[in-house]
Design a protein around this ligand. Structure first.
Ligand SMILES: [Cu+2]
Length: 368
Protein backbone atom coordinates (compact mmCIF):
# COMPACT_ATOMS: atom_id res chain seq x y z
CA UNK A 1 0.00 0.00 0.00
CA UNK A 2 1.16 3.50 -0.63
CA UNK A 3 -0.07 6.82 0.63
CA UNK A 4 0.39 9.76 -1.75
CA UNK A 5 0.48 12.15 1.22
CA UNK A 6 3.09 10.30 3.25
CA UNK A 7 6.56 11.81 3.53
CA UNK A 8 9.42 9.36 3.44
CA UNK A 9 13.02 9.90 4.49
CA UNK A 10 16.07 8.21 3.00
CA UNK A 11 17.72 7.72 6.37
CA UNK A 12 17.06 7.98 10.08
CA UNK A 13 19.39 10.99 10.12
CA UNK A 14 17.34 12.77 7.45
CA UNK A 15 14.21 12.16 9.52
CA UNK A 16 15.82 13.32 12.77
CA UNK A 17 17.36 16.48 11.36
CA UNK A 18 14.40 17.56 9.23
CA UNK A 19 12.06 18.72 11.98
CA UNK A 20 9.78 21.67 11.28
CA UNK A 21 10.99 24.78 13.07
CA UNK A 22 8.44 27.42 14.02
CA UNK A 23 9.10 30.80 15.58
CA UNK A 24 6.24 31.50 17.92
CA UNK A 25 3.27 29.31 16.92
CA UNK A 26 -0.14 30.05 18.41
CA UNK A 27 -1.74 27.92 21.08
CA UNK A 28 -4.91 26.69 19.45
CA UNK A 29 -8.15 26.37 21.45
CA UNK A 30 -6.49 28.58 24.06
CA UNK A 31 -8.21 28.73 27.44
CA UNK A 32 -7.72 30.82 30.56
CA UNK A 33 -5.05 28.98 32.55
CA UNK A 34 -5.34 27.99 36.23
CA UNK A 35 -1.58 27.56 36.50
CA UNK A 36 1.19 29.18 34.42
CA UNK A 37 4.80 27.98 34.37
CA UNK A 38 7.60 29.83 32.58
CA UNK A 39 10.42 27.61 31.33
CA UNK A 40 13.42 29.51 29.95
CA UNK A 41 16.50 27.78 28.55
CA UNK A 42 19.82 28.27 30.34
CA UNK A 43 23.30 26.84 30.18
CA UNK A 44 25.68 26.96 33.11
CA UNK A 45 28.51 25.02 34.69
CA UNK A 46 27.23 23.48 37.92
CA UNK A 47 29.28 22.11 40.80
CA UNK A 48 28.12 18.67 41.97
CA UNK A 49 28.40 17.11 45.46
CA UNK A 50 31.51 15.11 44.45
CA UNK A 51 33.32 18.34 43.54
CA UNK A 52 33.06 17.80 39.79
CA UNK A 53 31.75 20.56 37.54
CA UNK A 54 29.66 19.78 34.46
CA UNK A 55 28.17 21.98 31.75
CA UNK A 56 24.41 21.74 32.33
CA UNK A 57 21.52 22.88 30.14
CA UNK A 58 18.12 23.28 31.72
CA UNK A 59 14.96 25.30 32.21
CA UNK A 60 14.53 28.07 34.78
CA UNK A 61 11.55 30.13 35.90
CA UNK A 62 11.36 33.58 37.53
CA UNK A 63 12.37 32.25 40.97
CA UNK A 64 14.10 28.89 40.57
CA UNK A 65 17.62 29.97 39.71
CA UNK A 66 19.64 27.81 37.33
CA UNK A 67 19.45 24.34 38.83
CA UNK A 68 19.16 20.61 38.29
CA UNK A 69 16.62 19.15 37.99
CA UNK A 70 14.63 21.94 36.33
CA UNK A 71 11.83 23.34 38.50
CA UNK A 72 8.84 21.22 39.44
CA UNK A 73 5.52 21.56 37.62
CA UNK A 74 2.76 20.69 40.07
CA UNK A 75 -0.95 20.98 39.25
CA UNK A 76 -4.24 19.54 40.43
CA UNK A 77 -6.53 17.42 38.27
CA UNK A 78 -9.03 19.58 36.39
CA UNK A 79 -6.69 22.59 36.12
CA UNK A 80 -5.68 24.16 32.80
CA UNK A 81 -1.86 24.18 32.68
CA UNK A 82 0.13 26.63 30.58
CA UNK A 83 3.83 25.98 30.12
CA UNK A 84 5.57 28.90 28.39
CA UNK A 85 8.75 27.80 26.61
CA UNK A 86 11.43 30.39 25.82
CA UNK A 87 14.18 28.41 24.12
CA UNK A 88 16.71 31.30 23.81
CA UNK A 89 18.89 31.26 20.68
CA UNK A 90 18.45 27.70 19.43
CA UNK A 91 15.47 25.33 19.08
CA UNK A 92 14.08 23.31 21.96
CA UNK A 93 10.72 21.85 23.00
CA UNK A 94 9.04 20.67 26.17
CA UNK A 95 7.75 17.14 25.95
CA UNK A 96 5.25 16.31 28.72
CA UNK A 97 6.31 12.72 29.21
CA UNK A 98 3.39 10.43 30.05
CA UNK A 99 0.73 13.14 30.02
CA UNK A 100 -0.29 12.53 26.37
CA UNK A 101 -1.79 15.87 25.31
CA UNK A 102 -2.62 16.59 21.65
CA UNK A 103 0.41 16.66 19.26
CA UNK A 104 0.88 20.46 19.25
CA UNK A 105 1.08 20.45 23.03
CA UNK A 106 3.16 17.31 23.48
CA UNK A 107 6.47 18.89 22.48
CA UNK A 108 7.66 16.19 20.06
CA UNK A 109 9.10 17.80 16.92
CA UNK A 110 8.40 14.77 14.74
CA UNK A 111 4.66 15.20 15.23
CA UNK A 112 4.44 18.99 15.57
CA UNK A 113 7.28 21.55 15.61
CA UNK A 114 10.42 22.70 17.36
CA UNK A 115 10.30 26.18 18.88
CA UNK A 116 12.72 29.03 18.16
CA UNK A 117 10.79 31.98 19.65
CA UNK A 118 8.16 31.17 22.24
CA UNK A 119 5.30 28.72 22.65
CA UNK A 120 2.66 28.18 25.32
CA UNK A 121 1.95 24.49 25.86
CA UNK A 122 -1.56 23.83 27.14
CA UNK A 123 -3.09 20.73 28.70
CA UNK A 124 -5.66 19.71 31.29
CA UNK A 125 -5.12 16.88 33.74
CA UNK A 126 -8.20 14.68 33.78
CA UNK A 127 -10.00 14.32 37.16
CA UNK A 128 -10.05 10.89 38.80
CA UNK A 129 -13.12 8.89 39.83
CA UNK A 130 -12.86 6.45 42.76
CA UNK A 131 -12.71 2.84 41.56
CA UNK A 132 -12.39 3.83 37.87
CA UNK A 133 -9.18 2.56 36.19
CA UNK A 134 -9.87 4.63 33.06
CA UNK A 135 -10.21 8.06 34.68
CA UNK A 136 -7.73 10.31 36.43
CA UNK A 137 -4.26 11.68 35.74
CA UNK A 138 -2.90 12.00 39.30
CA UNK A 139 0.65 10.74 39.68
CA UNK A 140 4.30 11.40 38.80
CA UNK A 141 5.49 12.39 35.33
CA UNK A 142 8.31 14.49 33.93
CA UNK A 143 9.01 17.02 31.23
CA UNK A 144 12.06 17.21 29.01
CA UNK A 145 13.36 18.74 25.81
CA UNK A 146 12.67 16.57 22.75
CA UNK A 147 15.24 18.14 20.39
CA UNK A 148 18.27 15.88 19.91
CA UNK A 149 16.61 14.20 22.84
CA UNK A 150 19.26 11.73 23.96
CA UNK A 151 21.81 14.53 24.34
CA UNK A 152 19.57 17.31 25.63
CA UNK A 153 18.07 15.16 28.41
CA UNK A 154 21.52 14.06 29.55
CA UNK A 155 22.57 17.72 29.53
CA UNK A 156 19.92 18.33 32.19
CA UNK A 157 16.88 19.56 30.27
CA UNK A 158 14.31 17.80 32.45
CA UNK A 159 12.15 18.41 35.50
CA UNK A 160 9.45 16.60 37.45
CA UNK A 161 5.70 16.89 36.99
CA UNK A 162 3.32 15.99 39.83
CA UNK A 163 -0.43 15.90 39.37
CA UNK A 164 -2.44 15.95 42.59
CA UNK A 165 -5.93 14.46 42.62
CA UNK A 166 -9.25 16.20 43.03
CA UNK A 167 -10.83 15.58 46.44
CA UNK A 168 -13.87 13.30 46.29
CA UNK A 169 -16.45 13.54 49.14
CA UNK A 170 -16.05 9.81 49.90
CA UNK A 171 -12.28 10.32 50.34
CA UNK A 172 -11.85 13.44 52.49
CA UNK A 173 -8.40 14.84 53.20
CA UNK A 174 -7.51 16.14 56.69
CA UNK A 175 -5.03 18.98 57.29
CA UNK A 176 -1.38 18.00 56.79
CA UNK A 177 -2.25 15.12 54.49
CA UNK A 178 -2.78 14.51 50.79
CA UNK A 179 -3.64 11.52 48.59
CA UNK A 180 -1.48 10.38 45.63
CA UNK A 181 -4.70 9.71 43.64
CA UNK A 182 -8.39 10.24 44.23
CA UNK A 183 -9.04 7.04 46.23
CA UNK A 184 -5.45 6.47 47.33
CA UNK A 185 -4.13 6.36 50.91
CA UNK A 186 -3.47 9.52 52.91
CA UNK A 187 0.17 10.57 53.13
CA UNK A 188 2.13 13.16 55.10
CA UNK A 189 2.75 16.41 53.18
CA UNK A 190 5.70 17.41 55.40
CA UNK A 191 7.87 14.37 54.49
CA UNK A 192 6.95 13.82 50.82
CA UNK A 193 10.24 13.23 48.99
CA UNK A 194 11.56 13.15 45.43
CA UNK A 195 14.38 10.77 44.41
CA UNK A 196 15.99 11.13 40.95
CA UNK A 197 19.03 9.01 40.06
CA UNK A 198 21.18 10.81 37.46
CA UNK A 199 24.59 9.98 36.01
CA UNK A 200 27.02 11.96 33.88
CA UNK A 201 29.24 10.99 30.95
CA UNK A 202 31.54 14.06 30.85
CA UNK A 203 32.33 13.49 27.16
CA UNK A 204 28.69 14.18 26.27
CA UNK A 205 28.78 17.48 28.17
CA UNK A 206 31.25 18.89 25.64
CA UNK A 207 29.03 18.21 22.61
CA UNK A 208 27.12 20.93 20.78
CA UNK A 209 23.37 21.50 20.44
CA UNK A 210 22.89 19.53 17.20
CA UNK A 211 25.72 17.01 17.60
CA UNK A 212 24.91 13.86 15.62
CA UNK A 213 21.74 15.24 14.03
CA UNK A 214 23.10 15.34 10.49
CA UNK A 215 24.24 11.75 10.51
CA UNK A 216 27.79 12.27 11.79
CA UNK A 217 28.86 9.75 14.43
CA UNK A 218 29.46 11.60 17.70
CA UNK A 219 29.14 8.49 19.83
CA UNK A 220 25.71 9.04 21.34
CA UNK A 221 25.34 5.27 21.28
CA UNK A 222 28.07 5.05 23.92
CA UNK A 223 27.03 6.27 27.36
CA UNK A 224 29.93 5.84 29.76
CA UNK A 225 28.96 7.40 33.09
CA UNK A 226 31.84 8.55 35.27
CA UNK A 227 29.71 10.18 37.97
CA UNK A 228 26.53 9.06 39.71
CA UNK A 229 24.22 11.32 41.70
CA UNK A 230 20.89 11.10 43.45
CA UNK A 231 18.97 14.32 42.91
CA UNK A 232 15.78 15.39 44.63
CA UNK A 233 14.79 16.41 48.13
CA UNK A 234 11.90 17.09 50.45
CA UNK A 235 8.91 18.36 48.44
CA UNK A 236 7.25 20.37 51.21
CA UNK A 237 9.41 23.37 50.22
CA UNK A 238 10.20 24.48 46.65
CA UNK A 239 13.77 23.85 45.48
CA UNK A 240 15.22 27.36 45.16
CA UNK A 241 18.56 29.08 44.72
CA UNK A 242 19.68 27.12 41.66
CA UNK A 243 22.58 24.68 41.71
CA UNK A 244 22.42 20.91 42.07
CA UNK A 245 19.51 19.72 44.22
CA UNK A 246 20.89 16.56 45.70
CA UNK A 247 19.04 14.17 48.03
CA UNK A 248 21.16 13.91 51.18
CA UNK A 249 18.73 12.07 53.46
CA UNK A 250 15.11 10.96 53.61
CA UNK A 251 12.96 11.64 56.66
CA UNK A 252 10.07 9.16 56.96
CA UNK A 253 7.36 8.56 59.53
CA UNK A 254 7.55 5.24 61.37
CA UNK A 255 4.39 3.12 61.35
CA UNK A 256 1.85 4.65 63.74
CA UNK A 257 3.59 8.05 63.83
CA UNK A 258 1.26 10.21 61.75
CA UNK A 259 0.46 9.72 58.08
CA UNK A 260 2.98 7.65 56.12
CA UNK A 261 5.65 9.18 53.89
CA UNK A 262 5.34 9.20 50.09
CA UNK A 263 8.47 8.70 47.99
CA UNK A 264 8.37 9.61 44.29
CA UNK A 265 11.12 8.14 42.10
CA UNK A 266 12.04 9.24 38.59
CA UNK A 267 14.89 7.46 36.81
CA UNK A 268 16.86 10.26 35.13
CA UNK A 269 19.40 7.72 33.84
CA UNK A 270 19.77 5.80 30.60
CA UNK A 271 20.79 2.67 32.50
CA UNK A 272 18.71 0.32 34.65
CA UNK A 273 18.66 1.45 38.24
CA UNK A 274 17.48 -0.23 41.40
CA UNK A 275 16.68 0.92 44.90
CA UNK A 276 17.14 -1.36 47.91
CA UNK A 277 15.72 -0.62 51.35
CA UNK A 278 17.70 -1.94 54.34
CA UNK A 279 18.10 -1.42 58.06
CA UNK A 280 21.27 0.20 59.45
CA UNK A 281 23.09 -3.18 59.23
CA UNK A 282 22.21 -3.52 55.52
CA UNK A 283 19.61 -6.27 56.03
CA UNK A 284 16.79 -5.95 53.48
CA UNK A 285 13.53 -4.59 54.92
CA UNK A 286 10.19 -4.66 53.08
CA UNK A 287 9.19 -1.11 53.94
CA UNK A 288 8.24 0.18 50.47
CA UNK A 289 4.62 -0.19 49.38
CA UNK A 290 4.38 0.55 45.65
CA UNK A 291 1.20 2.41 44.68
CA UNK A 292 1.59 3.43 41.07
CA UNK A 293 3.89 3.29 38.05
CA UNK A 294 4.26 5.97 35.36
CA UNK A 295 1.15 7.79 36.59
CA UNK A 296 -0.96 4.61 36.45
CA UNK A 297 -2.40 3.20 39.67
CA UNK A 298 -2.14 -0.47 40.59
CA UNK A 299 -5.82 -1.41 40.75
CA UNK A 300 -7.73 -4.67 40.98
CA UNK A 301 -9.25 -5.01 37.52
CA UNK A 302 -10.46 -8.62 37.96
CA UNK A 303 -14.11 -7.66 37.57
CA UNK A 304 -15.09 -6.43 34.09
CA UNK A 305 -17.85 -4.28 35.60
CA UNK A 306 -15.84 -2.85 38.51
CA UNK A 307 -15.37 -1.22 40.85
CA UNK A 308 -11.61 -1.31 40.40
CA UNK A 309 -10.20 -0.56 43.81
CA UNK A 310 -6.52 0.03 44.54
CA UNK A 311 -4.83 -3.37 45.08
CA UNK A 312 -3.92 -2.36 48.65
CA UNK A 313 -7.64 -2.21 49.50
CA UNK A 314 -8.38 -5.76 48.34
CA UNK A 315 -5.66 -7.48 50.37
CA UNK A 316 -2.83 -7.25 47.82
CA UNK A 317 -0.39 -4.63 49.09
CA UNK A 318 2.70 -4.48 46.86
CA UNK A 319 5.36 -4.46 49.60
CA UNK A 320 9.00 -4.87 48.71
CA UNK A 321 12.60 -4.28 49.79
CA UNK A 322 13.88 -3.80 46.22
CA UNK A 323 12.64 -2.18 43.04
CA UNK A 324 14.35 -2.10 39.64
CA UNK A 325 13.43 0.21 36.75
CA UNK A 326 14.67 1.64 33.46
CA UNK A 327 15.11 5.07 31.89
CA UNK A 328 12.34 7.64 32.53
CA UNK A 329 10.26 5.29 34.68
CA UNK A 330 8.42 6.68 37.71
CA UNK A 331 7.29 4.82 40.82
CA UNK A 332 5.29 6.27 43.71
CA UNK A 333 5.46 4.40 47.01
CA UNK A 334 4.72 4.72 50.68
CA UNK A 335 7.77 4.18 52.88
CA UNK A 336 6.70 2.56 56.14
CA UNK A 337 9.59 1.77 58.52
CA UNK A 338 8.37 -0.39 61.43
CA UNK A 339 9.96 1.75 64.14
CA UNK A 340 11.92 4.94 64.67
CA UNK A 341 15.65 4.76 63.89
CA UNK A 342 18.08 4.61 60.99
CA UNK A 343 17.43 2.80 57.73
CA UNK A 344 19.10 3.10 54.32
CA UNK A 345 18.13 3.46 50.68
CA UNK A 346 20.80 2.00 48.38
CA UNK A 347 20.61 3.24 44.78
CA UNK A 348 22.47 1.09 42.23
CA UNK A 349 23.35 2.15 38.68
CA UNK A 350 23.59 -0.95 36.47
CA UNK A 351 25.46 -1.29 33.16
CA UNK A 352 22.72 -2.21 30.69
CA UNK A 353 24.76 -4.75 28.70
CA UNK A 354 26.90 -6.46 31.36
CA UNK A 355 24.53 -6.13 34.35
CA UNK A 356 27.47 -4.93 36.43
CA UNK A 357 26.68 -2.49 39.25
CA UNK A 358 28.71 0.60 38.28
CA UNK A 359 27.89 2.86 41.23
CA UNK A 360 25.94 2.64 44.48
CA UNK A 361 24.79 5.64 46.47
CA UNK A 362 23.54 5.14 50.01
CA UNK A 363 20.94 7.61 51.26
CA UNK A 364 20.23 7.56 55.02
CA UNK A 365 16.54 7.08 55.77
CA UNK A 366 15.71 8.49 59.18
CA UNK A 367 12.48 7.12 60.63
CA UNK A 368 10.83 9.38 63.20
CU1 LIG B 1 16.76 21.06 23.87
Amino acid sequence: MSDAHATTFATQAAFASGQPHEGSPVTEFRRTPDRVFLRKFFNRRLRFPDGAEHEIWGFEDEKSGRGLPSPLVRVTEGQVMHGILKPSKKVHTIHWHGIEPDPRNDGVGHTSFEVTGEYTYQWIAEPGIPGDPNAGAAGSYFYHCHVNTVLHVQMGMFGNVIIDPVVHPDFPVPAGARRPFVDGPLYDIATETLLVPYSVDPRWHQLSHAAGLSGEDVGLNRFEPKHFYVLGGNLSQPFTGGGVHSLEAVRANAVGHGFPTLLRILNGNYFPTQVRFTDAQDNPVRIAEVLSHDGRIFRDTSSPTGPSRPVRDVGNKLETAVLAFGAAERYDMLVCPAKAGEYRIHVDLIQWVTGQVLFTKVIPLIAI
